[in-house]
Design a protein around this ligand. Structure first.
Ligand code: HEC
Ligand code: HEC
Length: 323
């Protein structure tokens, strides 16, 4: 009896808070109307892996954001329903609780807004939100879980709450870099330490890849969408209509970068070596190139050190609420 009570107490305290991996803020932001709760994130988790969220039952969120691939799909362009090519690459989606805007061009302002996008997108899951809600209401298990949580049938708001709640539990951290920053001087090799110094000085990476998640959450033109004098993607311009935003994309987190190839919004750089070579040459010249992007004159040894450092950003990825 006493043992049972003790177990109950332990499991209650375990479910009360979500532990955050080393290197991230301990506080996980969430909107007041959708606070982080284990029962909500568990529902969102089931939805995330459920192929019934697509018209023909072939695609789930996890088809393009695979847990075993650091929540990307390792393709240059995502492949949606009926084999359709999506015009952009699936970005890694960990640590998004700290995001300031969503999608490569930042067109969604909140995670709650973002999560409904891929369901209705005809190239991704191709199911209108209304059609999905009918499916969820007809499913006795989903229907009763939504009712227990919010005392109403599944609707677009509670659907968004559940999915966004789960996304806020996908956390990447605790890498050799984080252990080094926390004081373990042996966590990085000498060469990686040189790479880190370059990252913060001569190579200027920290101008944009900064903070716990190694992103400023802002938009920059590095030239990736400029090809032979043509724009292949408007980038941020599609949202703001400002000429200077043409070809600008949201700085992605570069945590777990060793696992998320190919790189950039269009998967145009295959390896980390290619990425460092791209920056070393000053990105790709175009009328709106970010002033922080310039030729770096890194020696081959310095380029190798920088790549080695990027590999030290691989740590652990946690998802869901630990039971
Ligand atoms: C067919 C592949 C595919 C499917 C299915 C898919 N996504 Fe994505 N996801 C993408 C692509 C591609 C982007 C970037 C699109 C853009 O920027 O225009 C993206 C962007 C995102 C982002 C934005 C990340 C950021 O930081 O900007 C989140 C979050 C996300 N997806 C979550 C989800 C969820 C939740 C689902 C299921 C409801 C889902 N995705 C289904 C391919 C997919
Ligand atoms: C002016 C801001 C800026 C600077 C400086 C910068 N980056 Fe980036 N970085 C970005 C943006 C924006 C993207 C996404 C570009 C795109 O998708 O087309 C990106 C993408 C990346 C990616 C690919 C991540 C992914 O998932 O696609 C890596 C890796 C990366 N940068 C590493 C570096 C390194 C290393 C340096 C220093 C040599 C550096 N960056 C300097 C803004 C910057």
């Amino acid at each position: 009896m006493r043992a049972a009570l003790l177990l109950l107490a332990i499991s209650l305290s375990a479910s009360e808070r979500l532990t955050v991996p080393l290197g991230l803020d301990q506080y996980i932001p969430a909107p007041p109307e959708n606070p982080l709760r284990p029962d909500v994130t568990a529902l969102g988790r089931d939805l995330f892996f459920d192929k019934r969220l697509s018209r023909d039952g072939t695609i789930s969120c996890s088809s393009c954001h695979e847990p075993s691939r650091a929540f990307t799909d390792n393709r240059p362009f995502a492949i949606g329903i009926r084999g359709q090519k999506v015009p952009r690459r699936s970005p890694p989606i960990f640590n998004r609780a700290w995001g300031k805007s969503f999608f490569w061009d930042g067109r969604a302002e909140t995670l709650e807004q973002q999560v409904l996008g891929p369901i209705a997108n005809p190239k991704e899951m191709d199911l209108t939100i209304e059609e999905l809600l009918v499916r969820l209401r007809r499913d006795p298990s989903y229907n009763s879980r939504f009712r227990e949580l919010w005392n109403r049938e599944p609707d677009s708001q509670t659907l968004a709450w559940a999915l966004a709640g789960y996304l806020r539990t996908i956390l990447a951290g605790d890498s050799p870099y984080d252990r080094f920053v926390a004081g373990d001087r042996n966590a990085l090799t000498q060469r990686q330490q040189l790479g880190l110094r370059l990252f913060r000085s001569k190579a200027n990476c920290h101008a944009c890849h900064i903070g716990p998640n190694l992103t400023d959450e802002r938009f920059h033109n590095t030239g990736t969408a400029f090809n032979n004098g043509q724009w292949t993607d408007p980038g941020r311009f599609a949202v703001t209509n400002l000429a200077a935003d043409r070809g600008a994309f949201k700085t992605p987190s570069i945590r777990e970068a060793a696992k998320t190839a190919p790189y950039m919004h269009n998967g145009s750089l295959a390896t980390l070596e290619d990425v460092v070579d791209f920056y070393n040459k000053g990105g790709r010249a175009n009328p709106f190139l970010d002033p922080e992007i310039n030729p770096l004159n890194l020696s081959p040894e310095e380029q190798t050190a920088l790549v080695d450092f990027l590999r030290a950003l691989t740590g652990t990825i946690r998802e869901g609420w630990p039971q």
